[in-house]
Design a protein around this ligand. Structure first.
Ligand code: DP6
Length: 322
């Protein structure tokens, strides 16, 4: 049996201007632009092997994903099959170096690594934007794990999503920030982002949320390009708190008590020093600060007695040796 094989690595990304809400759920088309950075030390590695017979399969950290949960993966594989006009099956093996489904964006790195490995193994040499579109089929945020550094995802306007992809606005070394990922929970989140986005549409604050989020990515982009930390921190908190306020109003709470404690602490600190924090759809908190206050923040975080990873802004998806 002839086998085509490739292995890719992609880094998780954490949004500063959040993606939350879809104009088409079937292909993860966002309502508004979002902006994120890749995390240098949190990644997924995926090996893809196309075979002539059998079934598509996916294992994540040695867990065999049941057929009922293969929908997102099949969107990526079907798009490749369509492009190739073939009916081969794909065997995917994926590993994460951090806990899955805890709000640390494992779906972003996982889908991005899968899109790159599976398309390359199929003999397709896709452009960065084509790969970003392909990754988006697995998870909206995954589109941002294809380019490197700071990435902006365009919501686009094409009903098919040909213009809904991410591009890099600045490379990983553009801004020397320290990043601390504080691990509060390693348990999978109770409500998936997909489900929560569906529910949030019913919040009485939904329309106001969408309106307030329209320009957020553009504003964050300006702050990142100018390395303007005060503006960056303000927008970072605004986008994060709006998402969680909206979620709470729809009956969804991602916080654990420790998340609130850190949030409160960092919000206070941010009035005096260059630090800010954000939470995606989970309890874990990501703290960013300027290099000069790193020793202070490190001490502070260590004093909390919680598990953390110190990292920095990372690069884009890449092929690695099998
Ligand atoms: C809070 O990309 O996980 O992390 O497209 O349904 O897979 P699906 O959602 P997903 O949502 C990410 C939501 C977020 C914010 C963000 O990453 O921008």
């Amino acid at each position: 049996m002839k086998k085509e094989i490739a292995k890719a690595r992609a880094y998780a990304n954490i949004a500063i201007a959040k993606y939350w809400g879809k104009r088409d759920e079937s292909v993860n088309l966002p309502i508004f632009d979002s902006l994120a950075f890749n995390v240098a030390d949190l990644y997924s590695e995926t090996t893809a092997r196309w075979v002539d017979e059998g079934e598509d399969s996916l294992t994540i950290d040695n867990w065999s994903v049941p057929p009922s949960l293969m929908g997102r993966t099949l969107r990526i594989l079907d798009a490749i099959r369509h492009e190739k006009s073939w009916s081969k099956r794909c065997i995917l093996e994926s590993t994460n170096n951090f806990p899955r489904a805890t709000g640390l964006a494992s779906s972003s790195s996982g889908s991005a690594a899968m899109a790159l490995a599976a398309s390359w193994a199929a003999g397709l040499d896709l452009s960065e934007s084509e790969l970003s579109v392909l990754a988006r089929l697995g998870s909206g945020s995954a589109a941002r794990s294809i380019p490197g550094g700071w990435t902006r995802m365009s919501a686009g306007s094409d009903p098919l999503g040909s213009d809904a992809f991410a591009h890099s606005i600045a490379p990983a070394d553009h801004w020397d920030l320290s990043v601390f990922v504080v691990k509060i929970s390693t348990l999978p989140k109770a409500v998936s982002s997909t489900e929560a986005m569906r529910t949030c549409v019913k919040s009485p604050f939904w329309e106001a949320y969408v309106e307030a989020s329209q320009e957020m990515a553009k504003r964050v982009e300006v702050a990142v390009l100018r390395r303007d930390f005060p503006s960056f921190a303000k927008l970072c908190h605004e986008s994060c708190l709006m998402l969680h306020a909206l979620s709470l109003s729809a009956g969804i709470c991602y916080f654990e008590p420790e998340s609130i404690a850190i949030l409160q602490r960092v919000l206070r600190q941010s009035t005096a020093i260059p630090v800010c924090c954000t939470l995606d759809a989970g309890a874990n908190v990501v703290i960013l600060c300027e290099r000069m206050v790193r020793p202070f923040m490190l001490n502070d975080i260590m004093g909390m007695g919680l598990d953390y990873v110190e990292t920095r802004v990372g690069g884009g998806a890449e092929l690695i040796k099998c």
